[in-house]
Design a protein around this ligand. Structure first.
Ligand SMILES: [Mn+2]
Length: 421
């Protein structure tokens, strides 16, 4: 906000009881559905994250989060194209939970995941979406809900469940044993992404240790199992259910590195090596939601907000979710095989500023990628550091916005002086 009136207006808007997170994101969600329909289908990636807020004073409506700070949990469902380009299509659902609330005490894992999945699937044909979830989504109730609704899904297995029968394994009885007994059907070289320490909670670093980017040779196998209902689960759920299982593992992990192993539960076919590969490639799309969360936290600096109530913070989250989608799209576009012309994202005045201020000459008709790199250079991005991160991009972009204002002001000034002459 550039002045007191704008700031006051923003406060009134965000604190108004008539404004809700659902209202704020509704038009964006509708556009996302439209993009999913146009794309003919999509992955929908679900994930949960903590948002934490500092300061001495308690803020109304927040609850405890990891490490004793105040905050809340958000469950996000992001649509991503399934055409191999992994283009973000937008947010399909968002839910918030404050620990310690009545709803939180009565709610359970099934509510959190199945509710998010049900919301995300609303208004879309059921066979067009493939739900993706990490190990947190491995809940028998959730798997049953997906199965009963004939939803398509890829969920990473967290629990070594009892299986009633399976096809290839000699040793019977456990999911992981069954998955590990299936022979490899193909091997693929993949680039594993880096995992930094910065910006991650200690428990996440313990679960997923810091890793440099590295090339890995993965083997894939597949089998089919009949999962048995856990003893603790409600008797209303099916006593067992048949699922396909795909396993991906690192063939020769480098010494001292934790080898990759994913065991994936899926509705998708596994009859050919290509189909098996499709399941793993699908699951690897999940990483887009981690990027999305980084775009909210680092790109939008959402957790630095000083707003004093959960209601206002939820409303602000609505805006951040949409801005973060734009940032994510911009970055994905910059990696696209056929990037769009820069005019799709930058105004003529912004391109003029980039052209004038960039030390490296900008081509006559730059692509989004070329303009984005020039923008990141304004934020201090160094070429040897690889693709620009959220921080250099957001610094570069906010500088660009200031330059644009100056550029337009200078144009107006010149216009008015030439009028006088
Ligand atoms: Mn997660």
């Amino acid at each position: 906000m550039r002045d007191e009136a704008e700031l006051e207006g923003a406060y009134r808007h965000l604190t108004s009881p008539a404004v809700t997170l659902g209202n704020v994101v509704a038009p964006h969600v509708e556009q996302t559905r439209q993009r999913v329909r146009e794309a003919g289908g999509a992955y929908v990636v679900h994930d949960t994250t903590d948002f934490t807020f500092g300061g001495e004073a308690g803020r109304a409506g927040l609850g405890p989060v990891q490490g004793g700070d105040q905050g809340f949990l958000a469950h996000l469902s992001l649509a991503v194209s399934a055409d191999g380009e992994r283009m973000p299509l937008g947010l399909l659902a968002v839910g918030t939970r404050v620990r310690g609330e009545a709803a939180e005490r009565t709610g359970n894992e099934r509510d959190k995941w199945a509710l998010g999945m049900a919301h995300a699937a609303r208004g879309l044909e059921v066979d067009r979406l493939i739900h993706l979830a990490d190990r947190e989504g491995d809940v028998y109730e959730v798997l049953s809900w997906l199965r009963q609704g004939q939803q398509r899904f890829i969920v990473r297995a967290a629990q070594d469940r009892v299986v009633l029968e399976h096809l290839e394994a000699e040793q019977k009885g456990r999911l992981f044993t069954a998955a590990q007994a299936a022979p490899a059907v193909l091997e693929v070289d993949v680039q594993l992404g880096p995992r930094a320490h910065k910006g991650r909670a200690a428990k996440d670093v313990r679960r997923h240790p810091v890793r440099r980017t590295r090339k890995a040779r993965l083997a894939y196998s597949a089998t089919s199992v009949q999962l048995k209902r856990p003893a603790k689960a409600s008797k209303e759920l099916p006593a067992s259910q048949r699922l396909n299982v795909v396993r991906a593992w690192e063939v020769q992990p480098p010494a001292g590195q934790q080898p990759v192993e994913w065991i994936l539960l899926t509705s998708e076919p596994i009859d050919t090596p290509q189909q098996v590969r499709q399941v793993v490639e699908g699951y690897r799309t999940r990483w887009c939601v981690e990027e999305y969360i980084q775009a909210i936290k680092t790109g939008c600096a959402y957790e630095e907000s000083q707003l004093e109530s959960a209601h206002a913070l939820f409303n602000l989250l609505g805006y951040c979710l949409i801005v973060a989608y734009a940032l994510l799209l911009l970055r994905a576009q910059s990696r696209a095989r056929q990037p769009l012309p820069a005019e799709h994202f930058f105004t003529p005045a912004q391109l003029a500023c980039l052209r004038a201020l960039s030390r490296r000459a900008l081509p006559a008709a730059p692509s989004v990628q070329e303009a984005l790199l020039a923008c990141a250079r304004l934020g201090g991005h160094l070429r040897r550091n690889g693709l620009p991160g959220w921080r250099t991009l957001s610094i570069g972009y906010s500088r660009l916005l200031d330059y644009e204002q100056g550029f337009l002001a200078a144009q107006r000034l010149r216009g008015s002086t030439s009028d006088q002459s």
